[in-house]
Design a protein around this ligand. Structure first.
Ligand code: SF4
Length: 434
């Protein structure tokens, strides 16, 4: 999982704005970050750290220029700088593509690669075009999967989104410049208030003349990632005109409407469980309380690939608030259950602090299939739903919960508010749009 950003400023160097834009995407990946600017003199552009740790004051002297692109990732930031017949260009990328097959094909026709980045595969394909726009179109004919990408070259910035519109991408303007980012808070936090979604397949160019559509890769079917509203995106993100927090609230209400549970209070698993909890509370009338203190210095628990580090991160992230827990029948609301490790650990902590009962309510429908479009869950066997043969009562038993309920797919879709045919629901339905 990752995120991308880009900016052009009329009258000043873009470094500070670019760092801020990219920093606001950090929840999409905090293992590494990359930036490049139109007059950069720094050779090393990918840094193995969070944005604000990876890039320092000194970098301001290296990353000169009014144009810039940025990238964050839970692995190695997807960034590459290439020289080609159409000149030098840099690419930032978020998504998941059929890179192994494409790489093989390209190598058999004499191409060689200097990095392991999928961004390089995309760059090599684009460089086969007559110009950047033609190259993006040619690339799109061969690539399967999902992508949002930004390109910096001598003409300015180019950006595009796969024709299904799977990962989000927004573009905005303000007095003094233009910017794009995987999520809208990057823009609004920096006063790029006038923003819109990049249309699926749309190719945009940004330079001193403004934002202009320069191409389109059409598709009859759109498939916006539903998990962006369910978990991935920030609650204050607006995707396809729909605010993530409102979706989570509506989904929480659906959970409560379908529930006849007797309990004493409801609380969330911070932070992405919060919106669902508010909706559940509003509909059920149960008092809402915080069960956990969130250590905001910890990253998201499922991003690290190493399971030991994931576990360690999960346990350092949340600590219990005893007075909310003891002798109470608790409803705990979370966004989703992937492997079940976090829910089991939290249940044990709550029980250990004296909770009488622990009932889990999950805002998303059960995750039953891997995602081919992001680097989140890879295998069917990773998912607790499959380990329990799709039996929810069995999952509740495995997690020692008094009860467990998930949102139904139709209620979740209703909460998003787009037609089902406009969404990717692959990891919930095991059916994919591409
Ligand atoms: S499979 Fe799931 S996580 Fe992947 S794009 Fe589709 S909805 Fe999103």
């Amino acid at each position: 999982m990752g995120g991308i950003s880009g900016v052009y400023l009329h009258n000043k160097e873009c470094f500070d704005t670019l760092i801020q834009l990219t920093f606001h995407l950090q929840h999409r990946g905090a293992e590494s970050a990359a930036i490049d600017t139109s007059a950069a003199v720094a050779k090393e552009k990918i840094r193995p750290d969070e944005v604000k740790k990876g890039f320092s004051e000194e970098d301001r002297n290296h990353f000169k220029g009014k144009y810039g692109v940025g990238s964050v990732s839970g692995g190695t930031a997807e960034f590459v700088n290439l020289y080609s017949s159409m000149g030098e260009f840099s690419i930032v990328f978020d998504g998941q593509i059929n890179s192994r097959g494409l790489k093989k094909e390209l190598m058999s026709s004499g191409e060689s690669f200097s990095t392991r980045q999928d961004a390089e595969v995309l760059g090599r394909l684009i460089s086969k075009g007559d110009d950047i726009v033609d190259g993006i179109k040619k690339m799109n004919e061969r690539v399967k999967g999902s992508y949002s990408l930004g390109i910096l070259n001598n003409d300015g910035l180019y950006l595009t989104r796969d024709p299904y519109g799977i990962p989000p991408l927004v573009v905005g303007k303000k007095e003094g410049g233009y910017a794009f980012a995987s999520e809208s808070p990057s823009l609004t936090e920096l006063d790029f208030e006038d923003f819109r979604d990049v249309k699926p397949g749309e190719i945009l160019k940004i330079n001193e003349d403004g934002i202009k559509q320069v191409g389109m890769n059409e598709s009859e079917r759109h498939a916006h990632c539903a998990f962006e509203w369910g978990y991935t995106s920030r609650p204050d993100s607006i995707i396809e005109g729909i605010e993530v927090m409102q979706v989570r609230r509506r989904a929480g209400k659906h959970l409560a409407v379908n529930d006849d549970l007797e309990a004493d209070r409801v609380g969330s698993v911070p932070m992405s469980g919060r919106g669902y909890t508010e909706g559940y509370q509003e509909e059920s009338g149960l008092p809402q309380q915080s069960y956990f203190y969130l250590n905001r210095w910890s990253g998201r628990s499922y991003i690290p690939k190493d399971s030991e580090i994931r576990e360690q991160k999960a346990s350092e992230k949340l600590s219990p608030i005893q007075g909310s827990i003891r002798d109470k029948r608790l409803v705990v609301v979370d966004d989703s259950i992937v492997r079940g490790n976090q829910m089991l650990r939290l249940r044990n902590v709550l029980k250990g602090k004296g909770a009488k009962e622990v009932h889990a309510r999950i805002g998303c429908p059960p995750l039953r299939a891997p995602c081919p479009y992001t680097s989140t869950t890879k295998k069917y066997s990773d998912l607790i739903f499959n380990r329990s043969n799709g039996n929810i009562e069995e999952i509740a038993r495995e997690l020692n919960l008094n009860s467990l309920k998930y949102n139904k797919i139709d209620d979740f879709v209703k909460a998003i508010g787009l037609p089902k045919e406009e969404l990717c629901l692959g990891c919930f339905m095991d059916e994919y749009p591409t």
